[in-house]
Design a protein around this ligand. Structure first.
Ligand SMILES: NC(=O)c1ccc[n+]([C@@H]2O[C@H](COP(=O)([O-])OP(=O)(O)OC[C@H]3O[C@@H](n4cnc5c(N)ncnc54)[C@H](OP(=O)(O)O)[C@@H]3O)[C@@H](O)[C@H]2O)c1
Length: 343
């Protein structure tokens, strides 16, 4: 299958290229850029030298529609919504990595992002959390790949929230991300001398991913779920680790909840429930896995869930390929069999 990557020069675009070159059924046919048109992708990312030396093109939707079946849009939010409708209109299947098509509720999107230029498509997009929506994803022509923090948070919380095992108020998501989560563009807050040896909270009570997590949990529980979400910036390049606190609405031990998570994710290719250890970034970085650990504090009747992913793989490019595999009717795993790097 021939695919295009629009926004190939960004971190998630480059990660899509790296992973797709190892996908047996996929050929990357067109890559586009905004600032590096005519430049070889292997001159921008020399790790690709001799493997994929193709040049970045200017965006040309006619050519993309003529030569490829699926387009990944790895663009900033607000830019995606101007390009995705043109691709869908021409019959392409689209996997959008931005926030532009993730919301079911237009007002929520507009409150946290900006005015939407194609709200009719917003309603048609399928939220691409593969472990929950696989049947809808298979039949969808527009998949909205989830945000990185929402992926780690929702995979950890959905089993409990969907079955009302935790109280719907008072959930706390305390999450930490590596600096690649902010993309390739330069900013003072993410450059080496500001982040190395440092650790800080940011966008406290004001990060848009809270609204995405709340919307999806509320839809799963068919009631309003409210949470506190505090992101932190790690002095590391990759990875998200979320520590999540929720009050139990049932009387369950750690062992019972771990057993429950195992049953819930039975057959899931990329979710690992850890029995005797807690997730760490080095178990997952470099892989498409989400590792989940669960502990009950029986004195407080509280559950603490730890969830870890690689933001550039399970949190974006890897999950996008998982969605492509589902949309194409293939097994879920081609292109995604890498093991975490550990060191
Ligand atoms: N980074 C993550 O961990 C992560 C995780 C989940 C989701 N996401 C989402 O995925 C999307 C891409 O993220 P990223 O981290 O890859 O961002 P990035 O590194 O900043 O890359 C953005 C890409 O979009 C292109 N671009 C920027 N402005 C454009 C415009 N006006 N017209 C056309 N192309 C334009 C850039 O092209 P040039 O390089 O040529 O300028 C670049 O290829 C974002 O919506 C982000 O929120 C990111």
């Amino acid at each position: 299958m021939k695919v295009s990557i629009i926004g190939a020069t960004g971190y998630t675009g480059a990660e899509l290229i790296r992973l797709l070159t190892q996908h047996p059924q996929v050929e990357v046919e067109i890559i586009t850029s905004n600032s590096f048109v005519g430049k070889k992708i292997s001159d921008i990312y020399p790790n690709l030298t001799g493997i994929i030396d193709m040049k970045c093109k200017e965006l040309n939707v006619e050519e993309i529609a003529e030569k490829t079946e699926v387009a990944f849009t790895a663009l900033p939010h607000g830019v995606s919504m101007d390009i995705v409708p043109q691709l869908v209109e021409r019959g392409l299947k689209v996997i959008d990595l931005s926030g532009d098509y993730r919301y079911q509720d237009l007002d929520t999107y507009q409150a946290w992002y900006k005015e939407h230029s194609s709200p009719e498509l917003l309603a048609k997009g399928t939220y691409g959390l593969a472990e929950y929506n696989s049947l809808k994803i298979k039949d969808s022509s527009l998949v909205a790949n989830p945000g990185c923090y929402p992926t780690a948070s929702l995979l950890a919380l959905m089993p409990l929230v969907e079955n009302s095992l935790v109280e719907k108020e008072g959930i706390i998501v305390d999450a930490k991300s590596g600096t690649t989560g902010a993309g390739r563009k330069l900013s003072r807050g993410t450059h080496f001398s500001e982040t190395e040896g440092n650790f800080k909270a940011y966008k406290v009570a004001n990060h848009r991913h809270r609204s995405e997590i709340e919307e999806k949990l509320s839809l799963a529980q068919t009631d309003d779920v409210q949470l506190t979400f505090t992101p932190h910036l790690l002095p590391a390049k990759r990875g998200i680790l979320a520590t999540i606190y929720a009050d139990l609405a049932c009387d369950k031990s750690t062992e019972e909840l771990i057993h429950y998570y195992h049953e819930f994710y039975d057959g899931a290719n990329f979710v690992r429930i850890l029995d005797n250890k807690l997730p760490q970034l080095k178990y997952v970085v470099g892989s498409n896995y989400c590792d989940i650990g669960v502990k009950v504090d029986q004195e407080r009747n509280q559950v603490i869930i730890i969830s870890a992913i690689d933001n550039l793989i399970k949190g974006s490019a890897g999950q996008a390929i998982q969605n492509l595999n589902l949309m194409a009717g293939w097994d879920e795993t081609p292109g995604l069999k890498q093991i975490g790097m550990y060191l």
